[in-house]
Design a protein around this ligand. Sequence first.
Ligand code: ATR
Length: 273
Amino acid sequence: MYIQADTDVYCVIGNPVRHSLSPILHTFMFEYYGINAVYVAFEVQHIKEAIEGIKALGIKGANITVPFKNKAFELIDETDEDSSFLQSINTIKNINGKLYGYNTDFLGFKDMFMEYTKFYSEEDVVVVLGAGGVSVSVIYALYKLGIKRIFLLNRDITKAKNIQKKFNDKIEIEVGNLNDKEIINKADVIINCTSVGLKGNETPINTNWINESIVVDVIYFDTPLLKAAKQKGLTTINGMDMFIGQAYYAFKIWTGIDFSKEAAQNLLGDMEL
Ligand code: ATR
C-alpha cells in the first residue's frame, strides 16, 4: 500500500528509540489488516513539544517509551484508572484533538505471566529485581494476577522502599538488595526488571545462587541472566511476549482489532536482534 495524502500517522516517541521494534511490528500489522496508516519513530529531546506536536499534526496515536513515560502521563488530557495509579503511560490515542493515555506495559506482562500463575501457590517466593519504572508496571501486573506477596531486590534500597509504600494496600513487598543470597536461593520465580543485561555480559545477581526457579527477563532477547539459567536447565522467559503484548493492546486501542500474536512472533522471531 502506498502512502497517500489521507494516510494516518502513528509513532513511537522516545530517546533513544532507533533500536525500537515497534515501527516494524505496527507497520506490518497495518498492512496485514489493510489499514491505511504508517508508524514511525521520533527520537526527541523535548517531550512537551512532542506531545503538542501530536495534536498540532493530527497524529492518530503514539507509543511513549524511555525516558518519557511519567512526564507524558502529566501532559495528556485523559487517563484511565491503571495509568493513574502507575503515573505512567506508553500509549496515546488522539480523538478529535483530545489525548487519551493508557498503560499497556503491565497488560503485556500480565498476559505473558498468566501461564505461570495457573500453578502459583501463596507459598511461592516471587522475586522482582530492580525498582525502576518497569518494575512498577510488573508489580502492578502481579497484583492484578492475584499474587499476594513478593520480594523486591534493588541496588538502591530507598527506591525499593518507595515502591513498597506505593503498593502498601495492594501487595505485600519485602525489600532487600541484589546480594540477598538467601532469597535468591529459595526463589520460585525471578523476574529481572533491571537494565542489566541490555548490553555486555553482566547479570544483576550471582547466578550460582539460583536453585529451582523460573527466570523471567523483561528485556526482549536472551540476556546473560537467561543464558546462565538455561545452562542450569531452568525454564526461562524473555520479554519478547511482553513486548508483543503491549503492542497488541496499543493496536487494539487504536484500531479495535485484536492482532494475531502468532503473526507478530513469526515476524519478530525471524529478526536479528
Ligand atoms: P526502567 O524504566 O527500564 O525501569 P530505570 O527506571 O532507569 O529504567 O530503572 C533501571 C533499574 O535497573 C533500576 O532498578 C536500577 O537500579 P538503581 O535503582 O539502584 O539505580 C537498575 N540498574 C541499572 N544498572 C544497574 C547495575 N549496574 N546494577 C544493578 N542494578 C542496576
